[in-house]
Design a binder for this molecule. Structure first.
Ligand SMILES: O=C(O)CCC(=O)C(=O)O
Ligand SMILES: [Fe+2]
Length: 303
């Protein structure tokens, strides 16, 4: 598979970054976040996984060696450990790091904020667990088509551990039809899995992959004995609409199987990282599986 283009050297050039995002549908920044900040989150989450028996007994937690109890997200046995992860202040604070929020704001051309549904992925070895099928985030996140996703490895992620791959140029395909699928999200976009424009890299903690909501992406199978741990966050312009959840807006990922932030944030020193700014306009959610979804106009001329 082709290598991701590293945009770290162009970090200060909004014009170059916007042009590349419009053309390729993604931007990759090697080492954008301080390694020790990501390392601290890694350590806290590895401890939770160890205490939840998701890691091999007597193994070093930071190695993330999977036990038989590590399960695919959403299945039985998942929510205990995931609730503890979602209660971790440092994990949520990663999402609102200035490197990420200001980058999103510069790309969007106005003030941006992070959706509070900060996602942590703990992908067990395959087979046993299914990798995230290829998809576009727009059907899941809805609201504004220009909502941006960042995907961050929380530990080293060489291709064999099943990190993310993106289909460069795929926003031009518009909103694609979907089929039911196994794996997180349970929908697969109808796109060419073997297209020559699929890209990935050997990810390191501190790296950031950013992409638009029409960019086709998915995970690769985890062929190691370790858990693949990563985070994914969403950013949108303050003036853009945000999709309302069935149970209220600004809820944690996997709520109500995961308790509300009121419970998750007990004992935190600040809840700023999970707040939606005042004045955001909310719109209703539509059925993510409907066949024909018109492609909304984007501020990133995907041409
Ligand atoms: O990490 C994964 O398996 C999926 C991540 C993803 O789909 C995303 O970041 O939007
Ligand atoms: Fe996604």
């Amino acid at each position: 598979m082709k290598e991701l283009t590293d945009s770290y050297g162009d970090l200060d050039d909004d014009e170059v970054l916007r042009g590349r995002l419009a053309g390729d549908g993604y931007l990759f920044f090697r080492g954008l976040l301080p390694r020790d900040v990501v390392g601290d989150v890694h350590e806290q989450l590895a401890r939770i996984l160890y205490d939840s028996d998701w890691l091999a007994p007597d193994s070093e937690p930071r190695d993330l060696i999977a036990s038989g109890r590590a399960v695919e997200e959403g299945s039985a046995g998942f929510f205990g450990a995931y609730t503890a992860i979602q209660s971790t202040q440092a994990f949520h604070e990663l999402a609102v790091r200035p490197e990420l929020v200001s980058l999103a704001g510069r790309l969007l051309g106005e003030q941006a904020f992070a959706h509070p549904a900060h996602i942590c992925r703990i992908a067990p070895p395959s087979p046993g667990a299914n990798p995230t099928p290829i998809h576009q985030d727009y059907r899941f996140i809805q609201g504004s088509v220009d909502t941006l996703t960042t995907w961050l490895p929380l530990s080293e992620a060489p291709p064999e551990i099943g990190g993310l791959r993106v289909f460069a140029g795929s926003p031009r395909l518009g909103v694609l039809p979907v089929k039911a699928s196994d794996g997180p999200g349970m929908m697969r976009a109808e796109a060419d899995e073997n297209h020559p424009e699929w890209r990935t890299t050997s990810y390191q903690p501190g790296d950031v992959l950013l992409f638009g909501s029409l960019t086709v992406h998915g995970a690769m199978p985890n062929r190691t004995n370790r858990l693949r741990m990563s985070a994914d966050f969403r950013y949108q312009a303050l003036s853009a609409p945000m999709a309302r959840d069935a149970l209220g807006t600004g809820k944690p990922h996997y709520h109500p199987d995961v308790p509300d932030f009121r419970t998750l944030t007990r004992g935190w020193t600040s809840t700023e990282s999970i707040e939606v700014p005042a004045g955001v306009q909310f719109v209703d959610r539509w059925d993510p599986r409907v066949d024909e979804v018109p492609t909304p106009e984007s501020r990133f001329a995907y041409v």
